[in-house]
Design a protein around this ligand. Structure first.
Ligand code: AMP
Length: 533
C-alpha cells in the first residue's frame, strides 16, 4: 500500500512540474533574483530603519558565513524564534542561503512547544533574541537546550557587517526546489504543534499565486501585523508575496493595535493581514486615534470566524476593502472575490486560489458531498502537504490514502465554488444526540451591539453529553442566560440549540496568534472560574 502511495505521490509531483506549478527556484535564489531586479528599493523595515533588496541579499551571504562558522551545515534544522523585525528577515535568509531549514517557531511558544521541536527536528541551532515584551527568551533557550547538542545563537550577536565579503558563494548549497525549505508549525490548541514540511517549490508557488490574486505589485507596502513566522504573515501572500513583486515589508514588532495604526500612517501601508480579534481591536482604537489610514486599500482577514459586524466596523474605520481568507499552514488557501459585497465577504471564505487545488467535503459515511451539504473539508494540491515531518501517527490520522489532507474543519461548498467554514468538526456540540455548530449561534449573538465577543462551547455533561454554553464579553448587566435564550429564540433558533448556561468573561482567552481559545474557555467553565449570568 505504502509503495503505491509513493508512486502516486511521485506522479502528482511530476504533474506539478510538467504543468508549471513548481518552478526551479529556492527561497535563497529568489532573494538573489530580487536583489538583481529591485536592487536599492526598500525591502524590509521595522519602524526605525529599512534595508534594500541588495543589502538583504549581501547580508544573507554574510549571515550564512557566520552560521557556517558556528558549525551549521546545509540540511541542518535551525529553530528560528525572532519577533517581527529586520533581524527576523536577515536570520531567515541567512539560514536559507546556507541551505539549512528554519523551524518557524512563534514568539509566543514556550518550553512545551520548543522542547517538542527539539525532539522532532533535532536542530543543530536555536536562533532567538535576548528578550521580548518582558520575556527572557535567552533564558528559556538555555534551559530547553541544556544537555542537548543544539547551539543557542542570539540574533543580535550575529555580526553581519564583519562577515560581508565578495568571495563567498553559497549558490550551490545542495538544496533544490524539491527540498524542504521550512518547517511550519501547525495551529490548534489541543496538543503541541506538529511540524509541517513545506518545500521551496510548493511554498513559493503558494505565495506567488496568492500575491497575484491580491494584486500585489512593486508599490505594495505590506504590514506584518501578526507574527512574521505564522503562515498568514509569512507567505499567504505576506512577506514572501511582497518580495516576489519588489514591494516593501513593514514589521510591527509588538503587534499591538496602537503600533499597527501608527505604522499604517507612518509607512503608508496599503495591505495587511490580521485575525478577526486583532482587526476588531484595531477598528475600535482607530475611532480614537488621529492617524491617517487613507493609504490602506485591503485588509486580509482569516484564521477564525469573521462576523459581519467586525468586518463592517473595519471597513468603516479604515475606509478600505476587507477580504476574507481561509488558510492552513498545511497548504490550501481560499479568498473572497474583491468585488463581493461586505455581507457576502463575511458570509463565506471564497474560492481556491489555484486551478490545481482540490477541495472536497467528506460526509460521515466517507462519501463526497455535493454542493450545499456539510461535512469535513479535505484538501489536496500543488502546495498542500501529504505528510507531517517525522510524525507517522499524525499522518495516519490526517491523510487519506489518496493524499487528501483532513483539515478537521466542518464546511460546505456552494454552487459558485465558494467555501463556507461552519466550525471545527470537533467543536460540533452533541447535546443529547442533537448536533449544534457553534458558529450559527455566535453569528447571531454578534448582532447584539452590547456583546463585544461571544463564543459557544460544549461543556461535558453526564446526562446530556454536552451542555451548550454561551461565553460572552459584555458590560451590560441586564444580559442573562434567559435574555440570551429569548433573543436567540426570537431569531428563529430551535429550542434544542438554545444555551443551557451562560458565563461572562472580561475578555476571550486567545491562542498565540489571536484566535479564540475554546479549550481554555471550557476549562475555565468546568473549573468554575467564571461568573455565571
Ligand atoms: P493555522 O494552522 O494556524 O493556519 O490554522 C488553520 C485553521 O484556522 C483552519 O483549519 C481553520 O480551522 C481556521 N481558519 C482559517 N481561516 C479561517 C476563516 N476564514 N474562518 C474560519 N476559520 C478559519
Amino acid at each position: 500500500m505504502l509503495e503505491l502511495d509513493e508512486i502516486q505521490k511521485k506522479k502528482l509531483e511530476e504533474k506539478y512540474i510538467r504543468e508549471g506549478y513548481w518552478k526551479g527556484e529556492t527561497f535563497s535564489s529568489m532573494l538573489q533574483k530580487c536583489a538583481e531586479a529591485y536592487g536599492e528599493r526598500a525591502a524590509l523595515c521595522d519602524g526605525s530603519q529599512c534595508i534594500s533588496y541588495a543589502a538583504w541579499n549581501r547580508f544573507a551571504d554574510a549571515g550564512a558565513s557566520y552560521l557556517q562558522e558556528q558549525g551549521i551545515k546545509s540540511g541542518d534544522r535551525v529553530i528560528l524564534q525572532i519577533p517581527n523585525s529586520i533581524a527576523f528577515g536577515l536570520a531567515l535568509f541567512s539560514i536559507f542561503r546556507l541551505g539549512a531549514v528554519p523551524v518557524l517557531a512563534l514568539p509566543a511558544h514556550r518550553k512545551n512547544e520548543i522542547t517538542s521541536f527539539l525532539r522532532t527536528a533535532s536542530p543543530t541551532a536555536y536562533i532567538t533574541v535576548r528578550s521580548h515584551l518582558g520575556f527572557d527568551h535567552a533564558g528559556m533557550a538555555e534551559a530547553c537546550t541544556a544537555g542537548i547538542d543544539c547551539k543557542v545563537i542570539l540574533a543580535d550577536t550575529i555580526d553581519y557587517q564583519e562577515h560581508l565579503s565578495d568571495d563567498v558563494d553559497f549558490s550551490d548549497n545542495g538544496r533544490t526546489f524539491r527540498d524542504i525549505a521550512v518547517l511550519q508549525v501547525s495551529g490548534g490548541t489541543t496538543n503541541v504543534p506538529k511540524l509541517i514540511p513545506r518545500t521551496n517549490a510548493d511554498y513559493l508557488y503558494d505565495a506567488a499565486t496568492f500575491s497575484e490574486v491580491c494584486n500585489m505589485r512593486e508599490d505594495t507596502v505590506f504590514l506584518a501585523a501578526i507574527p512574521a513566522s505564522h503562515n498568514f504573515s509569512f507567505a499567504n501572500p505576506g512577506i514572501i508575496g511582497t518580495m516576489l513583486h519588489g514591494g516593501k515589508i513593514v514589521m510591527a514588532s509588538s503587534g499591538s493595535p496602537d503600533e499597527i495604526l501608527e505604522l499604517i500612517d507612518q509607512e503608508k501601508v496599503n495591505l495587511t493581514a490580521m485575525v478577526p480579534s486583532l482587526l476588531a481591536l484595531c477598528s475600535e482604537m482607530a475611532e480614537w486615534e488621529e492617524y491617517d489610514y487613507s493609504s490602506l486599500q485591503t485588509v486580509l482577514v482569516g484564521g477564525s470566524l469573521l462576523t459581519f459586524s467586525v468586518l463592517a466596523k473595519a471597513e468603516a474605520a479604515f475606509g478600505c476593502k476587507v477580504r476574507q481568507v481561509y488558510g492552513t499552514a498545511e497548504g490550501l488557501n481560499t479568498i473572497t472575490d474583491a468585488d463581493m459585497s461586505s455581507e457576502q465577504t463575511a458570509g463565506c471564505q471564497g474560492k481556491k486560489i489555484s486551478p490545481a487545488d482540490e477541495m472536497l467535503i467528506e460526509l460521515e459515511d466517507g462519501t463526497s458531498a455535493s454542493a450545499g451539504a456539510e461535512g469535513e473539508l479535505l484538501l489536496r494540491g500543488p502546495y498542500t502537504i501529504r505528510n507531517y515531518y517525522c510524525n507517522p501517527e499524525a499522518d495516519a490520522e490526517a491523510f487519506r490514502d489518496d493524499g487528501f489532507y483532513r483539515t478537521g474543519d466542518r464546511a460546505f461548498l456552494d454552487n459558485d465554488g465558494n467555501l463556507h467554514i461552519t466550525g471545527r468538526v470537533r467543536e460540533q456540540i452533541n447535546r443529547a444526540g442533537e448536533k449544534i455548530m457553534p458558529s450559527e449561534l455566535e453569528r447571531l449573538l454578534d448582532e447584539n451591539e452590547n456583546i463585544h465577543m461571544a463564543a459557544i462551547v460544549g461543556i461535558p455533561d453526564e446526562m446530556l453529553i454536552h451542555k451548550i454554553c454561551a461565553a460572552i464579553v459584555t458590560e451590560d448587566h441586564t444580559i442573562t442566560l434567559q435574555s440570551l435564550r429569548s433573543e436567540l429564540a426570537e431569531k428563529g433558533v430551535a429550542a434544542y440549540k438554545l444555551p443551557d448556561l451562560a458565563v461572562k468573561l472580561d475578555s476571550l482567552p486567545l491562542t498565540s496568534v489571536g484566535k479564540p481559545d475554546k479549550k481554555a474557555i471550557v476549562q475555565m467553565v468546568t473549573d468554575n472560574l467564571v461568573e455565571r449570568i
